[in-house]
Ligand binder design. Structure first.
Ligand code: FES
Length: 95
């Protein structure tokens, strides 16, 4: 039977794009942020423990870039204004 990897932390980040100038996380750089975080997770050797996944709209577009961290269920708002270090702290991403 195939074993299933269970991450210790899983951060979903909204990368929804909306046409017509409507506020959305993609416009605020969500895809760049996701890529940066994925690279950091790999750099720290934690790819089996910490998952970073893009998601659809999480319902807080005015507070975007919005993410939700599991297993705690904590919402992270305005991630575009957080430093990479602040986000890494939330992920407990350290060597
Ligand atoms: S577009 Fe990101 S929370 Fe709605």
């Amino acid at each position: 039977m195939e074993s299933i990897i269970k991450p210790k932390k899983h951060l979903f980040i909204c990368s929804r794009y909306r046409e017509g100038g409507a506020e959305c996380c993609e416009d605020k750089g969500a895809l760049d942020l996701i890529l940066k975080l994925k690279k950091e997770v790999v750099r720290y050797g934690k790819a089996q423990e910490i998952f970073i996944t893009n998601s659809g709209c999480l319902g807080y577009c005015q507070k975007g870039i919005t993410g939700v961290l599991y297993p705690s269920g904590e919402f992270l708002f305005q991630m575009d204004q957080m430093s990479l270090e602040q986000i890494k702290e939330k992920l407990e991403l350290k060597i």
